[in-house]
Design a binder for this molecule. Structure first.
Ligand code: SAM
Length: 248
């Protein structure tokens, strides 16, 4: 059915998305837990489990928001480091960088406070960068990995975001995308209103899921951008999907 969200002009979309996440930034993390009954944690673990962190890696998490995925990658890297038989020298540790890129500075600011809250002093590996998925500020062939979780459906031109992922990845670099599939859960906007006091923001999120291409079509878009070994895995029967691809 037609809603006012479907009539929004493209140039207005970025601004709207900005407003949505500014309105919910402070309650974003708790919203995630409530709305997915904590399941988003398992889905993100599954996403991060598909990466192979190593000392000196450069990873880019786009639409990284409050850094929920980036912190998990950081933890995965640290546990690999602890398990390693030979001590990873400090020099290579220094070089390990996980960039959290998001268009909304409010989301990034919430994330920047999190290391202190977790009692983490060493957060030099995390770099917070304000930027648009469609026009990344990173060099060509500069990243070992790229993740985007619950982000790409908010992007105005999905093709541009995929093309940018391809551009910044090194050869052999992995693209991973975690995204909601087509579900219609009318209770979500009401919960959004309850917690964030902002029904419109969550109505927008529900609409954005509805308009996102189905798994097969999205996989084809990734392949069309030049990626190889395009695969996807449905979780919870397709409520959520992880698309994976490699730049060869
Ligand atoms: N990845 C985080 C997570 O899973 O917890 C945050 C997901 S949140 C649902 C979506 C994020 O996408 C917001 O922080 C929003 O600011 C960001 N975003 C929306 N459009 C964007 C764009 N064009 N470029 C970069 N980030 C964008």
């Amino acid at each position: 059915h037609a809603t006012r969200f479907q009539q929004i002009k493209e140039e207005e979309k970025s601004k709207l998305v900005g407003n949505v996440f500014t309105n919910v930034a402070s309650s974003y993390d708790i919203m995630n837990d409530v709305m997915s009954a904590g399941l988003h944690r398992l889905w993100k673990e599954r996403l991060v489990g598909k990466l192979s962190p190593f000392a000196g890696m450069k990873h880019l998490d786009v639409a990284g928001g409050t850094g929920d995925v980036a912190f998990r990658i950081f933890d995965a890297f640290n546990s690999v480091k602890r398990r390693a038989l030979r001590k990873v020298d400090e020099a290579s540790h220094e070089e390990t960088q996980i960039y959290v890129c998001d268009i909304n500075p409010n989301m990034l600011n919430v994330g920047k406070q999190r290391p202190a809250e977790r009692g983490l002093s060493d957060n030099r590996s995390l770099v917070w960068v304000e930027g648009d998925a469609e026009a990344l500020s990173f060099d060509d062939n500069s990243m070992d990995g790229y993740t985007i979780a619950f982000g790409i459906r908010n992007v105005t031109h999905i093709e541009k975001a995929i093309a940018e992922a391809y551009r910044v990845l090194k050869r052999g670099g992995r693209f991973l995308c975690l995204e909601l599939s087509h579900v219609d859960i009318p209770v979500i906007p009401n919960l959004g209103e309850l917690i964030a006091g902002d029904r419109d923001s969550y109505q927008y999120l529900v609409e954005s899921v509805r308009r996102f291409p189905p798994q097969e079509r999205f996989a084809k878009m990734i392949g069309d951008a030049g990626f190889e070994k395009v695969e996807y895995e449905n979780l919870v029967g397709g409520v959520v999907a992880i698309h994976s691809a490699i730049k060869l």
